[in-house]
Write a protein that binds this ligand. Sequence first.
Ligand SMILES: [Mn+2]
Length: 304
Amino acid sequence: MGHKSPDFDCIGSCVAMHRILQKMGITADIFVDKELDNSFTPIITGLPIYVENDKKYDLVIVVDCSDIGSALFPVNEAKVFNEAKITFKIDHHISGKDINYATYNYVDEKASSACEIIFYMFKDIVKFDNEIAKALYLGIYTDTGGFKYSNATSKTFGALAKITKYDFAGDKLVHDCVSLISQNALKLTQIAFQSIKFFHNNDIVVSTIRNVDFVNNKCEIESCKFMPSYLPNIDGVKVAISITEKIKNEYNISLRTSCDNIDVAKIASRFNGGGHIRASGLTLKGNYDKALNALILECIKEIK
Ligand SMILES: [Mn+2]
């Protein structure tokens, strides 16, 4: 299992772990907080994925999730986690470096992704295959912003050198899972662009997709993942904020920076969120203007 609203690193890690355990003769299920959208199909087809069941497990492995106490840990997964005999955390978020919520905790905050950690952890224990390689590739690709963030290190490319020897088309995988955008999702992206506002002498940029936009465009939250990676590219911007209100009065917020001296994980942690220095997430509830003002105040403190 992994964090709430799972991304490709989270699901890629779950899929790779499932297949690695299978090769070790261990049966495993995958837990998610809600049914996964079509973008995951190329890596999850045929796997036992649950939102809930009544089973009790000997071992629960939590991937890509910094803290079970935070808003990022799915409610449905807490029951399964709490009932397990042994738990194991595998993560790379700096915000959870000293949070040892499991029986065994492995955090490498220098790793690009949970998928990279899993590659190195198991490469000499089981023989990987095309499906494991695909899942790991996708997780590393997305968590490094397509191999362009500073977290893509020589160790990351070392893993990729081995992963890309397997028989799968990385370009097609990225097209089908990451780049493909539906007509409805494009409409939401247009709305997000039109919503762009600047604050604090253009240091801070904010895009917002409101609940009514989701309803009117019959669109899922997963379809507006374009903005967080786009906004930090705007010249002069120090902190980029992308807000999506999937549930009314509940805001899923991505924070990004491309500045060396700004730590958005610190900002997110003040709102019970978390993540990385350059990319973090949090959830706020209530009145939109109040929530945004509170967030902007914390951003200004960090910019100073
Ligand atoms: Mn990750």
